[in-house]
Design a binder for this molecule. Sequence first.
Ligand SMILES: Cc1cc2nc3c(=O)[nH]c(=O)nc-3n(C[C@H](O)[C@H](O)[C@H](O)COP(=O)(O)O)c2cc1C
Length: 205
Amino acid sequence: MTEWHFYEPHAGHRLPHDPLNAMVAPRPIGWISSVSAEGARNIAPYSFFNLLNYTPPLIGFSSMGWKDSVANIAATGEFVWNLATRELAGAMNATSATVGAEVDEFDLAGLETAPSRLVRPERVAASPVAFECRLTQLIRLTTREGRELDQWLVIGEAVGIHIATAMLEDGVYQTARARPILRGGGPADYFEIAEANLFHMRRPG
Ligand SMILES: Cc1cc2nc3c(=O)[nH]c(=O)nc-3n(C[C@H](O)[C@H](O)[C@H](O)COP(=O)(O)O)c2cc1C
């Protein structure tokens, strides 16, 4: 018989490490570039991130606190999502440094940029996929009692999408080819997507 560890999060997990983000894992990384109202460049990773809708494509990330990315997007209504790859892992991590809004994390991480077409924030030149987004909703998260948290869910519509054509095989996007990285739990766990882990299963008809 399976034994279970059950806990109610409000009362504590009673484990040496909080398992929460190791269980909902691995999570894709929202590597978000934005600019301030004055035009200062910013880029940071957010793993509370996902694709939320197909048509129109909506993506969202949540920020623990009113961070520079959220402040910029609230002010300008624009951001870019850049795909984080194994090759760019170190640079992605470097852009998570807690630095002042005036510090350009592209420079900090030694990242070259490429211009976006429809929005002002630039994209990571070496990232094989980028979504240019316009803010659709900025939602303050609450507890079940309705107590407002200092946690912010940013949702944007992808209005322009860049794909390096090397990621396409006969026009079909190859997920593993870019070697995307995803966030596991704990202070340092990541996973890399590899072709060897691919399997197929169709939905019931
Ligand atoms: C892989 C990774 C994932 C992260 N995910 C989040 C997240 O989901 N929410 C968050 O608030 N911070 C997250 N962080 C921390 C932010 O990247 C960090 O606070 C950063 O300085 C925020 O930058 P900004 O103030 O320029 O927006 C993450 C860091 C890393 C390395």
